[in-house]
Design a protein. Sequence first.
Length: 94
Amino acid sequence: MRKVYITRKKKFNGCALIYQIKCDDNIVATIRNGKTVVLEVDNNAHTIQCFAESPGNEGGYFTYYSDLINILPGTSDIKLVVKPRLVSLELFIE
């Protein structure tokens, strides 16, 4: 098993949104502003993505997505950072 650390940088922009984290298309965690979550995953390849929903102007919700991060098979721990962008989320390896 290895760990994937995902840190959400503390930012005013989008601070009220709750980000959700998907690993292999399954929601596995939520992350709040300025916090870090730790996922334990096996040594196989995995895909990580973050998303958040914001109320829309005409009802419903608008969903912000990050790019997909492909984690290759291995035993090393991974550190990722997520932060808001204008109309999306940015997820990258630290």
